[in-house]
Design a binder for this molecule. Structure first.
Ligand code: SF4
Length: 452
């Protein structure tokens, strides 16, 4: 048995792909996995290309792995994922010690690529992007827990001008919904309580007339699943039917991660986001009318090409108006091969980007704190995840809005649904007290459906 060490960078889709890779290698009965790179025969970095600092981190790690290779020249080193796909030519020329390069659609061929390197010592490259590969026949090798991710579609056809995903992950393709339902059933039998449906533009899912609303309904109908989440949707794909399914199905969590990216319509057009500021705000109103207690979170990019102070003020204004529950805010970094890289010079200074991200983070922090404070004293259903990382005498779980709650230890287990009353809050965390005798579900769905 050869030992494989895998390090994963970037988004949840990459984490999911690592689970696929583990499953594909395990099925050969030739590999086992290790957490120590020093004892590995094969070292894989599953890389991310979304931002410059992700690249920088990986180049740093390659430098360290070079030393490993100097000590043991038989170690096979592989660069997988988006950065490998995006920078393939440059990396092949500059990184001599890498034996295997593989893009996100090539993982089923990794066992034969490793064999080939072992047998004839030749480097292997595979960057073929597929219009069909969806890995629906691979059951990912997951770390046991409460939540399991299921990629229901891969790739993206949107070509937002700042984004590399359409180039690194190829065309959008949706899985057969039956395979998603079967996977959910298996996850329930493996002890998972929650599934999060995953896709680069998850709500554009469509397969033989089944749309994302239908898929959500089918997954929520699986016996034994407590909660269903999804990420990340695009604001362009929110038909009324979808919101109605969300509103009417208690297992589908009332939380939408709704990427805004910019609050200025000119910048949104340059980004090719296909909505204006007004259309985004109208969508927020429509969502809140249909699902009044919805939690909304978002992604923002500051300092996109040509963003002026006035353009940035529009983003601040939308943030104030919408009052997102939380936000991931990033500085724009130009990505090679994207439309923005070719058409729009990255002309906002590093200082301006820093100034804007600091300001927006402060603004969001005050909004999150205000919203969290407003729910102190209320009771929420909490899905218990396990002991708190900071203090093992406390437990951690999440409310439907995907907010973390810390509460004192009690006689329950990871995967229980319990009721917690909140007594304190910061911008990022809620603190509560479990109300004994109010265990809502203890590994059974019957009680859950009553309370929901
Ligand atoms: S929707 Fe836009 S930002 Fe999201 S993955 Fe597709 S191209 Fe990238």
């Amino acid at each position: 048995m050869k030992k494989v060490y895998i390090e994963t960078y970037g988004c949840q889709m990459n984490e999911y792909d690592t689970e696929l890779i583990r499953s594909i290698l395990k099925a050969t009965h030739q590999y086992e996995f290790t957490n120590k790179e020093s004892e590995a025969d094969v070292v894989f970095l599953n890389t991310c290309a979304i931002r410059e600092n992700a690249h920088a981190k990986i180049y740093g790690r390659l430098g360290e792995i070079k030393h490993l290779r100097e000590k043991n020249k038989n170690v096979i080193v592989g660069l997988l994922g988006c950065m490998s796909q995006n920078l393939r030519g440059n990396l092949q020329r500059s990184e001599n010690m890498i034996d295997i390069f593989a893009g996100p659609d090539s993982y089923k061929r990794l066992p034969s690529m490793i064999d080939s390197v072992l047998n004839n010592g030749k480097k292997k490259y595979d960057f073929n992007l597929s219009e069909f590969e969806d890995y629906s026949d691979v059951y990912p090798e997951r770390v046991p827990g409460v939540n399991a991710w299921i990629a229901v579609m891969r790739g993206c056809d949107n070509f937002c001008t700042f984004c590399v995903v359409p180039y690194t992950r190829g065309r959008e393709r949706s899985r057969n919904p039956e395979s998603v339902v079967r996977e959910t059933e298996k996850l329930v039998s493996d002890g998972f309580k929650q599934v999060t449906l995953l896709g680069q533009n998850v709500n554009s899912f469509r397969h033989n007339g089944v749309d994302f609303a239908d898929l959500m309904q089918q997954v929520a109908d699986v016996d034994g699943i407590y909660r269903v989440r999804f990420t990340s949707p695009h604001p362009k794909d929110f038909p009324e039917k979808f919101l109605k399914v969300m509103a009417e199905n208690p297992k589908i969590c009332n939380h939408i991660h709704l990427p805004l990216q910019s609050g200025n319509s000119r910048i949104l057009e340059m980004m090719a986001r296909t909505y204006t500021q007004k259309e985004f705000l109208d969508l927020v109103d429509k969502i809140r009318e249909t699902i009044p207690d919805i939690a909304l979170t978002t992604d923002i990019i500051v300092g996109f090409a040509s963003e002026s102070d006035a353009d940035f003020e529009d983003t601040c204004q939308v943030m104030k108006e919408v009052e997102f529950d939380s936000a991931f805010i990033f500085k724009y970094s130009e990505r090679k091969n994207t439309i923005a890289y070719k058409k729009h010079p990255d002309d906002v200074s590093a200082e301006k980007k820093t100034e804007r991200i600091v300001r927006l983070n402060e603004l969001q922090k005050s909004i999150s704190f205000k919203k969290n404070k407003a729910i102190i004293g209320k009771r929420f259903e909490v899905l218990v995840e396990g002991p708190s990382k900071k203090n093992s005498a406390e437990w951690m779980g999440r409310i439907e809005a995907n907010k973390t709650v810390i509460f004192a230890n009690g006689a329950f287990s990871a995967g229980d649904l319990i009721e917690v009353e909140l007594y304190n809050a910061t911008a990022n965390t809620l603190f509560g007290e479990h109300r004994p005798n109010l265990i809502l579900a203890d590994n059974s769905t019957s009680v859950l459906s009553e309370v929901c």
